[in-house]
Design a protein around this ligand. Structure first.
Ligand SMILES: [Zn+2]
Length: 356
């Protein structure tokens, strides 16, 4: 396949990469070697990356980050890009194709991997934490992590497919038709989940948070009611909506212990709870509320996303517009401003552009 090697010749030897070099707060934009794809690997030219809270924790170098990663490492896991070149044995991906990727690289040999349950692999490496991530001009990944993206979906939105996939999984896993849904956390993940729950037929979608900018974002994406927890109570909104026994489904996206407690107190008997927000510390849970109300609790993480991404592509191409969740687009050279905005409470997604 001579065209592949011709394409490879256009790839530079070095690239920009945003990395955690030393075990201290902050990130550095460094010059790194462009990886060469080995057997079964694909080199991707990164076009857009999206900031996540994980990246913010790593930037801050908080207690969670100190446990999760070992510097030096290139950070980031949310991105969309184009295949630049392929290694030996790769037949399903071709240079120029638009791709997104799962954020975990499974070991391939443990009992879960060998049973077709790669998403349960305990030895998986995590992009941007235990394996070099995607905040770089190029990233090299095993072909099994990549997914053929639809180039008709805006590439900024494709860069957000990992959290969007989580939101879609909530809509697919729970019976939302006519349901009353409470989302705690008006961050990008919570707002995306609320928008998709509304699209999937929920009767009411209430988003609760103490951040007015987040609540405004939730409303712009179709949330039926918002609750500013600084001045309003969930009991009041339940009365207004005629929700007597509590919500059918609670979605915890804030990653805050207080939000989880509020959720548990406002679910109906037999209700369901989806955990999306990643608490980074220990959380006290009212087990009695779960037991006595016979609640079902489900952890929804960001693995095994391919089938969710297929559905997501369909709803995006046929009526659901989630573009408003992207609030800023910045060249990668302004990464400091992007991280500071998120740290200051910016609820929307910030895209870093690697073309400039
Ligand atoms: Zn494994």
């Amino acid at each position: 396949m001579p065209h592949i090697y011709a394409h490879r010749s256009a790839v530079p030897k070095t690239m920009r990469a945003l990395a955690k070099i030393d075990p201290v707060p902050g990130l550095k934009l460094i010059e790194a070697l462009v990886p060469v794809p080995g057997p079964g690997e694909v080199l991707v030219r990164v076009k857009k990356t999206a900031l996540s809270y994980a990246a913010l924790h790593i930037d801050r170098w908080d207690a969670w980050a100190q446990r999760a990663i070992r510097p030096p490492v290139i950070v980031g896991h949310e991105f969309a890009g184009l295949v630049a070149s392929i290694g030996p044995g790769v037949a399903d991906f071709h240079p120029g194709e638009t791709v997104v990727a799962e954020p975990h690289v499974a070991c391939g040999t443990c009992r879960h991997c060998l049973s077709g349950r790669r998403h349960l692999c305990r030895d998986a490496r995590r992009l941007g934490q235990t394996q070099d991530g995607v905040f770089a001009d190029y990233v090299c990944l095993p072909q099994g992590c990549l997914w053929h993206a639809d180039p008709r979906v805006p590439i900024d939105v494709l860069a957000c497919f990992i959290p969007l996939g989580q939101a879609v999984r909530v809509a697919r896993r729970f019976d939302l038709l006519g349901a009353n849904v409470l989302v705690t956390g008006a961050n990008a993940l919570g707002c995306m989940t609320a928008a998709i729950a509304h699209h999937a037929g929920a009767r009411s979608v209430v988003v609760a948070d103490a951040n007015p900018a987040g609540l405004a974002l939730a409303r712009s994406l179709g949330t039926t009611h918002t609750v500013d927890t600084r001045s309003q109570t969930l009991d009041l909104v339940c009365r207004e909506l005629g929700i007597g026994e509590g919500f059918d489904l609670g979605v915890e996206a804030a990653g805050l212990p207080a939000a989880l407690g509020d959720l548990l107190a406002h679910l109906r008997p037999g209700g369901q709870l989806a955990l999306l927000g990643a608490e980074t510390g220990e959380v006290a849970v009212d087990v009695h509320a779960i037991l006595s109300n016979q609640l079902t609790v489900a952890g929804i993480d960001d693995r095994n996303s391919a089938s969710d991404w297929e559905r997501l592509t369909q709803v995006l191409r046929h009526g659901l517009d989630l573009g408003a969740v992207i609030t800023h687009r910045l060249p990668v050279g302004r990464f400091r401003e992007a991280f500071d905005r998120i740290a200051a409470g910016e609820p929307g997604k910030i895209i870093l552009d690697w073309d400039c």
